[in-house]
Write a protein of this length. Structure first.
Length: 650
């Protein structure tokens, strides 16, 4: 069917939006969403432009957009509820506005207005049929006044000034706007907005294995032991405690210490080999405690301002109940056995991946969704999802949307160390945050290029990086340099990213011995055995971490993934960058020595906004020292044995 060719307004370049509105942009509850579009029509007629928006399936609300320069129209709305908003733009040629505008110009030029007033009266009378009640009566009255107050628009004028005064009356303008002719309005498509919790944009994560906090060698820790450990984590300023899978662990093909393929009788296995006699993804490893113990942990964490985040890994050990109950959910080899996970030449016989192309896919989807729902019912609202890039995109788009219908403030962290376009696609599909390549970005050029990308549009509308200097799977060789390397990496993570995390206690205790040369696996990895951490060790980075988290909480500039501005400093080993809060009131400038083995110095070109009357004064939040420089440059000297970094504020 041919579109009505009488629609003359063009609504173009609506923003913000992602892929033409196919996916939702992301914002935080309480944000002011600024919306703009290029809106124009042929000729010189006046146009009216309004913004319509709604939450969920609620009624559309409307507000005027204001014109700016070069056909740009602007508006903003405050996002006050979790969930999905949508907005659209409606615009039309408004003949009343056009007539009124031209009438004023003719009057200013001293021209006769008789014919123009008659034309206007007819336009105004046309609004009577669109109005009702008192509006209709008032509009008709104005039409009569415009032609001289003699009764109808067809009767001759008595006094031109009476008609002009009526035409310029603001009350008439309000009536006509309220009852405008929108029959030929252009209506843009709708653009979705996902509104999430504050911790979606700003959070500090601490990863721990509950089983390692038993308090004695070879004693399996419990949820109650983690409750006793909460004051320690709280003291460092973390607000999310992330635990690897807490489910029963399979015994078939269980991995031994250091990822050995043969386990000893006392080996505890990998938490990611999910499922055993005690159940599957909705069960708890008995050694950790009961469901009541878990509830107590969730409640205790919340009392301290922290949230428990759970790892959801959609894979099964050979002992998982799903394997017997739903064999169709897995791929089978020619001999009839189930296909285990492989990354040739590596084989993972202790893990069975799901087959997302199986004929029973609908039941599989529903069951996996119910895993999230179950743990939400137990008080969890933050999930770290293991390897989401190895599951179907269509599943995630459906599942995440369905889960957010149950709990719209749910947070999902994507553990997808894969190609950038896949990582960004998962973010578009609904993942709240994502791991990054930060661990492998260590040089000045690498960090500059990568964080310019992550902090630029359109990525800032969909992709929220969560920056981790280490994980149980990743011990980068940079950390082999010891304490200065750990300090450099956590300062970078905490100041470059609004969301960051560490694998503790391995990080604050500077665990850095690889399983073998060139490996990113830890020797005696906690993934396969119980550990006993001496968190009260004198050389711990605990105090530094607490200071960094305190700085982050005190400075809004560090609380959003806003653009990072990198500054010239005359050393390939010194990285300098600054971030500014949305209102411009808070500024933080960070300088880090990227070489953990040697001191370096260089002249830094100071940000222009930091210079007043030819001087720059700054306070280092890490050392609590004050600095003052003359001119636009500052000499920065950083020795990793004493001062690895500065975090300046004005």
């Amino acid at each position: 069917m041919m579109e009505d060719g009488r629609r003359r307004v063009v609504v173009d370049a609506v923003r913000p939006q992602i892929d033409g509105g196919q996916f939702a942009i992301k914002r935080i509850i309480g944000d002011e969403l600024a919306i703009e579009a290029d809106v124009f029509a042929d000729g010189h007629d006046e146009i009216v432009c309004v913004l319509q928006h709604r939450h969920g399936d609620g009624p559309w609300q409307e507000q005027p957009m204001r014109p700016s320069w070069n056909d740009l129209w602007l508006a903003s709305i405050r996002l006050e509820k979790f969930g999905t908003y949508e907005y659209r733009i409606v615009s039309w040629v408004d003949h009343f506005h056009t007539w009124r505008h031209d009438l004023r110009k003719r009057a200013d030029a001293g021209q006769n207005l008789d014919v123009d007033l008659q034309i206007g009266a007819k336009i105004i009378e046309g609004a009577v049929s669109r109005a009702s009640g008192e509006d209709a009566k008032a509009i008709r009255n104005f039409a009569d006044r415009i032609v001289g107050g003699t009764g109808t628009a067809s009767k001759p004028f008595v006094d031109q000034s009476i008609g002009y005064a009526a035409a310029m009356d603001d009350a008439l303008l309000s009536l006509m706007d309220r009852n405008a002719d929108r029959s030929l309005a252009t209506i843009s498509k709708s653009y979705p907005v996902a509104v999430e919790d504050v911790r979606a944009a700003f959070s500090s994560w601490y990863e721990l294995f509950p089983r390692s906090y038993g308090g004695a060698p070879n004693k399996h820790g419990t949820f109650r032991d983690v409750i006793a450990h909460l004051p320690y984590v709280e003291s460092m300023g973390f607000d999310v405690i992330y635990m690897p899978p807490i489910h029963p662990i399979g015994t078939a093909f269980r991995k031994g210490k250091n990822n050995q393929t043969t386990a000893q009788p006392d080996d505890v296995g990998s938490p990611w080999a999910i499922g055993g006699k005690a159940g599957g993804h909705k069960a708890i490893l008995p050694e950790l405690g009961t469901l009541a113990d878990f509830h107590a942990l969730v409640a205790a964490a919340k009392e301290r301002g922290m949230e428990i985040a759970l790892d959801i890994a959609f894979q099964c050990s050979p002992d998982h109940p799903y394997v017997k109950e739903h064999p169709a959910w897995f791929k089978h080899r020619p001999d009839g056995t189930i296909q285990y996970a492989e990354n040739p030449p590596k084989k993972y016989q202790d893990i069975y991946p799901f087959d997302f192309e199986c004929s029973d896919w609908r039941a599989l989807w529903e069951e996996l969704k119910s895993v999230f729902v179950y743990w939400i019912e137990q008080g969890v609202r933050i999930f770290r999802v293991d390897n989401p890039h190895t599951k179907a995109f269509s599943f995630w788009q459906w599942c995440l949307a369905e889960v957010k219908k149950v709990r719209p403030d749910t947070i999902f962290l994507s553990e997808a160390f894969t190609r950038p376009k896949i990582m960004y696609r998962l973010a578009k599909l609904g993942y709240t945050q994502s791991y990054t390549y930060f661990t492998w970005r260590n040089t000045k050029q690498e960090l500059t290029e990568y964080f310019r990308e992550l902090s630029s549009h359109p990525l800032t509308d969909i992709f929220r990086p969560n920056i981790w200097p280490n994980t149980p799977d990743i011990l980068h060789e940079f950390l082999h340099a010891g304490r200065p390397a750990f300090i450099a990496r956590i300062v970078l993570a905490a100041t470059l990213g609004a969301n960051f995390g560490i694998y503790g206690a391995a990080f604050e205790l500077m665990e850095n011995t690889p399983r073998e040369p060139g490996s990113e696996e830890y020797l005696h990895s906690e993934k396969y055995e119980l550990k006993q951490w001496d968190v009260n060790r004198a050389d711990s980075l605990r105090e530094l971490i607490a200071k960094l988290n305190g700085i982050r909480k005190a400075h809004p500039a560090l609380q959003r993934n806003t653009p990072v501005e990198f500054h010239k400093v005359e050393s390939d080993h010194l990285l300098a960058y600054s971030k500014v809060s949305a209102d411009g009131a808070d500024r933080v400038l960070t300088v880090v020595n990227l070489d953990p083995r040697a001191a370096h110095a260089g002249w830094l070109e100071l940000p222009e906004a930091w210079i007043n009357d030819g001087k720059c004064e700054a306070h280092d939040l890490l050392t609590e020292k004050n600095f003052a420089w003359e001119g636009s440059r500052a000499l920065i000297e950083l020795d990793p044995q004493t001062t690895v970094a500065h975090v300046f504020t004005k």
